[in-house]
Design a protein around this ligand. Structure first.
Ligand code: FAD
Length: 310
């Protein structure tokens, strides 16, 4: 068995494994895809000390560092179930889709999240070519341009307010007949001169010119003619789905599936920690995930030195 098993090979899981491996703890890391969301990211310009990199390159750098520290890396395998240790200090089990079982005295859950997509024509083809999911990451790429934000919940409205300070003009598009964001955010959005709000509007296509986004086709939900809004960027903000289905009923989660953690990254189960986008941590960013992973690893270390095997 491992002393620590990390589930997830994104920034949170990699960082956790680096911290425990450097303490001489026998560490395993399980990931469907090493790198996680980094593999879908083009430009990264907000990681301190790294002025510019690309997601796949950062993923490869992390994997080299993790493997170089002697972490046993298992990729291409899915965790399907966590079975907590039956007694304090006992072994937790992670059951894989292949039928195999990995055991460890402490587990760090870092299985990340995925963005909910619009599933309209043009969206997939224009990912990183105008279609984006992260205003903090990609807002500065649209300085002086017109963009659309799809989604009128808190994240969409926050994105519109954020982007209004960076880009020339924002159109916020919401399917329902009203915004779902907090009142204070709605007031703010309506007070800004360069944001238009379209309610009751269905997004039907991301329009491109063969390489980049040039517009967003939309139609009144109640019926009527579709029009193309000329924009160079489309920020999709209709929800972030945590990859936590494998923990259903085992670990405490919010209604949206985020693993509830305390400031030390502890879940309610002794010896089970969590970090990154799969948790209640409010900021879903690489530097935040990496920091949380380090914290969860140090908490796992604390746990190991305070418990003995039964
Ligand atoms: P993830 O990166 O989601 O990694 C999760 C890991 O868990 C993966 O290895 C996955 O394979 C594995 N996994 C999931 N489920 C299972 C399972 N059941 N069994 C085994 N393994 C599993 N942030 C920035 O700071 N700057 C940016 O410029 C930036 N740009 C972005 C661009 C895009 C297109 C996207 C999608 C995100 C971007 N982000 C950016 C956000 C950033 O990528 C995430 O906040 C960060 O990757 C979260 O790290 P994580 O380790 O928590 O999860």
């Amino acid at each position: 068995p491992f002393e620590v098993l990390v589930v997830g090979g994104g920034p949170a899981g990699s960082s956790a494994a680096i911290y425990t491996a450097r303490k001489g703890i026998r560490t395993g890391l399980l990931a469907v895809r090493f790198g996680g969301q980094l593999l879908d990211t083009m430009t990264i310009e907000n990681y301190p000390s790294v002025e510019h990199t690309e997601g796949p390159r950062m993923a490869a750098d992390l994997e080299r560092q993790v493997r170089g520290l002697g972490v046993e890396v298992v990729t291409g395998q899915v965790a399907e179930r966590l079975v907590p240790a039956p007694v304090p200090g006992g072994l937790h089990e992670v059951h894989l889709g292949s039928g195999a079982v990995l055991r460890a005295r402490a587990v760090v859950i870092a299985s990340g999240a995925r963005w909910r997509t619009l599933d309209v024509p043009g969206e997939d083809e224009h990912r990183n070519r105008g279609v984006t999911f992260c205003p903090h990451c990609d807002g500065p790429l649209f300085v002086g341009k017109r963009v659309a934000v799809v989604g009128g919940g808190n994240s969409g409205v926050e994105a519109a307010i954020d982007l209004a300070g960076v880009v020339e003009h924002v159109t916020l598009v919401e399917f329902a007949d009203e915004l779902k964001a907090d009142d204070v955010l709605q007031r703010k959005v309506r007070s800004l001169g360069n944001i238009d709000v379209l309610l009751g509007t269905a997004t039907t296509e991301v329009v491109g010119d063969g390489s980049r986004v040039v517009g967003l086709r939309h139609a009144p939900r109640a019926g009527g003619e579709a029009t193309v809004l000329p924009v160079e960027g489309v920020f999709v903000q209709i929800g972030l789905l945590p990859n936590t289905e494998w923990l259903d009923g085992v670990v405490e989660m919010t209604p949206s599936g985020e693993v509830v953690v305390d400031a030390r990254g502890a879940t309610g189960i002794p010896g089970v920690f969590a970090a990154g986008d799969c948790t209640t941590a409010p900021w879903k960013q690489i530097v935040a995930a990496a920091g949380a992973g380090a914290g969860a690893a140090l908490s796992a270390f604390d746990h190991l030195i305070r418990t003995s095997a039964p």
